[in-house]
Design a protein. Structure first.
Length: 173
């Protein structure tokens, strides 16, 4: 039980330098991965509603084949294992920041909702093009949440000044 009480008081800025370096390198890799994901999306479907619809449903005029059930199942299967693990790690690191608890909860839950919708939308878009708006909304929500969960910990580990730390200490008791 003591460990949980300690974790409520532990913040990333308290971490020793080697731990900060490991966490920072991991978060930088995640940031590069998210950036690559944005680029891949732009290459695959151009981030347009027509491009997304054509990518999942196909377009005979453009000689594009729609995604089969098996292709969507394989992609969903792989992403359903990896995305929640990444969300779990990012969420754990983010809750160790000095942000107010309700704000942290909002970011973590928002990122999860975006991730869940991102996993579902290929199926929805393939079933009917009217779901493209959700594909974009899910991507923005997940992307904003994951970006926040990567950049805020890096910032707080390396640039939160002692005065800010002391001010936060006084507020939390």
């Amino acid at each position: 039980m003591r460990e949980f009480a300690y974790l409520q008081q532990y913040k990333l800025w308290m971490a020793p330098a080697p731990q900060k370096i490991v966490i920072t390198l991991f978060l930088l890799c995640v940031t590069v991965g998210l950036s690559l994901n944005i680029w891949i999306g732009a290459e695959k479907h151009g981030w347009t509603s027509g491009g997304v619809t054509d990518y999942y449903r196909g377009n005979e005029e453009r000689m594009m084949f729609g995604k089969t059930t098996m292709e969507l199942a394989e992609t969903t299967h792989a992403h359903l294992f990896t995305m929640p693990i990444l969300w779990l790690i990012l969420g754990h690191l983010f809750v160790l920041t000095g942000w107010p608890t309700p704000l942290k909860g909002g970011v973590v839950i928002g990122a999860f909702v975006g991730m869940a919708a991102e996993l579902a939308t290929p199926w929805l878009v393939r079933g009917g093009g009217g779901w493209v708006w959700l594909k974009f909304s899910a991507g923005y929500l997940m992307g904003a949440g994951w970006l926040c969960m990567t950049l805020v910990p890096i910032y707080e580990m390396w640039w939160v000044r002692e005065a800010t730390r002391n001010m936060r200490k006084r507020r939390t008791g």
